[in-house]
Design a protein around this ligand. Structure first.
Ligand SMILES: NC(=O)c1ccc[n+]([C@@H]2O[C@H](COP(=O)([O-])OP(=O)(O)OC[C@H]3O[C@@H](n4cnc5c(N)ncnc54)[C@H](O)[C@@H]3O)[C@@H](O)[C@H]2O)c1
Length: 426
């Protein structure tokens, strides 16, 4: 089939490459010419090496062609952003993409929306935009095939995960399934478009609610004087319990965003979802407060943050809790430095070494539990700092080792948090 993938970001780029290697003729189109130029020069916005290798192979196969104008195609796959603005879904990228493809999609062609969307988008935005552009949506096959990959393992998950494909009309999902079965080795589950739209946002909302529960447990455990991590790990021995881990907030551009798609659909029946969002959005404030309890303001108090990525071992910094922690600390008057050797582009300059971040700092704050931070030597880093204070938002480090090195240690959700003023000055 001759396919055009619209939007060559984290999702569209590997999908285009997979389809090309699956034997389809694929056009990769993006409105941002910098994205196309980078790809033409062997670079890419997506830093994962397995994605880059996949794209290289697809380009070399001759089946993937980059284009800066929309071509005629038998199928279009829309992979454009779907952000929220002020917690409300912003679907203008989807509407613009559909408006643009309308004149180029073949008669009786296939349109697949991959972007994560609020329930009802296929009907309210896709079909309506097609009609306004002079195409009859009932004469096309239209399906929603949400993407469920995890950054860090995109290529493996693209091939191995099950897919849910929802059709706008009977038979539409199966038409899309023919395309996806060229690379998807997981099961393909067919349903209607509205159900597929809900499935995707429900999956992410489930994780947001579960993390909020873990965060609530962390704060309760601190008050009760127990270790939330031990509680969660023991509770998870139960065969039907699976609580996620507490942390400084929820990042990435899926989990903190998608719950709003549900709560906007009906604010009156989504109280649990809204409460979970509030709890997770409060976590950067909790970290800021714990820092303030350990590091008095004044005399150029400096905080060194470890981690800018939104989660461990990925370069993606979008919606990272670190960004909010930085804002809150700077608003309070602290000087802030951020060190992250894994993160890709970030909204502010990053320190180029642990040493430059820690020199003269009054606290070290672990916000992203990258594996590469495991080997940090508390004695060596402590010698560089003005005060030996460790704030660990993931209970990642061995607290006894750091305490032995003279650090006052606070770890989110743990008992035995030293009281204000207990930190040991060097
Ligand atoms: N990144 C993830 O891990 C992930 C996982 C599952 C689902 N999703 C969903 O997939 C969708 C895409 O996300 P992403 O991470 O790939 O975004 P991205 O920002 O990495 O890439 C989107 C690309 O679309 C391009 N674009 C915007 N408007 C366009 C248009 N009209 N025509 C052609 N190109 C256009 C942008 O220039 C950009 O390169 C979103 O709805 C997102 O929620 C993302």
């Amino acid at each position: 089939m001759l396919v055009c993938v619209q939007g060559l970001g984290y999702i569209g780029l590997p999908t285009a490459a997979m389809l090309a290697l699956g034997g389809h003729g694929v056009y990769g189109y993006d409105v941002n010419t910098a994205v196309l130029d980078a790809l033409a020069n062997g670079a890419s916005n997506v830093k994962e090496e397995s994605v880059r290798a996949l794209v290289r192979r697809a380009l070399e196969s001759g089946n993937l062609t980059l284009c800066d104008r929309l071509p005629h195609a038998e199928a279009y796959i829309v992979c454009v952003p779907t952000p929220t603005v002020g917690h409300r879904p912003d679907l203008h990228f989807v509407a613009e993409a559909v408006r643009a493809l309308a004149p180029h999609l073949a008669p009786a062609g296939l349109l697949v929306l991959e972007s994560t969307v609020p329930p009802g988008t296929v009907e309210r935005v896709v079909a309506t935009t097609l009609r306004a552009a002079g195409r009859n949506p009932d004469e096309l096959a239209i399906a929603h095939c949400p993407e469920r990959v995890i950054p860090g393992a995109i290529v493996r998950e693209l091939t191995e995960n099950d897919r849910v494909i929802g059709g706008r009309r009977p038979g539409d999902a199966e038409r899309a399934g023919e395309l996806y079965s060229s690379f998807c080795r997981g099961r393909i589950h067919y349903t209607d478009a509205l159900t597929a739209e809900l499935v995707k946002v429900v999956e992410n909302t489930y994780r947001d609610v579960n993390i909020a529960f873990a965060n609530e447990l962390a704060l309760l455990s601190e008050e009760l004087g127990v270790d939330a991590h031990e509680v969660i790990s023991l509770a998870n021995n139960h065969p039907r319990v699976s609580i996620l881990r507490p942390g400084p907030g929820v990042g990435g551009h899926c989990i903190p965003v998608d719950p709003h798609f549900l709560s906007n659909a009906n604010p009156f029946v989504t109280e649990l979802i809204q409460a979970a969002r509030r709890i997770n959005e409060r976590m950067p404030h909790v970290i800021q407060r714990r820092i303030a309890e350990h590091v008095p303001l004044g005399s150029g108090a400096t905080i060194a943050l470890l981690g800018a990525s939104y989660k461990a071992n990925v370069d993606d910094t979008r919606e990272s809790p670190t960004t909010r922690v930085v804002e809150l600390l700077e608003e309070s008057g602290y000087t802030v430095r951020v060190y992250d050797p894994v993160a890709g582009s970030y909204v502010r300059p990053l320190c180029d070494s642990l040493e430059s971040a820690a020199a003269g700092a009054d606290a070290l704050v672990l916000l992203t539990p990258h594996d590469c931070f495991e080997g940090i030597d508390p004695e060596a880093v402590g010698r560089l700092m003005r005060r030996r204070v460790l704030i660990d938002a993931h209970a990642f480090f061995d607290r006894d080792v750091w305490r032995l090195a003279g650090f006052a240690v606070y770890a989110l959700g743990t008992r035995g948090t030293p009281l204000v003023g207990e930190e040991i000055a060097v």
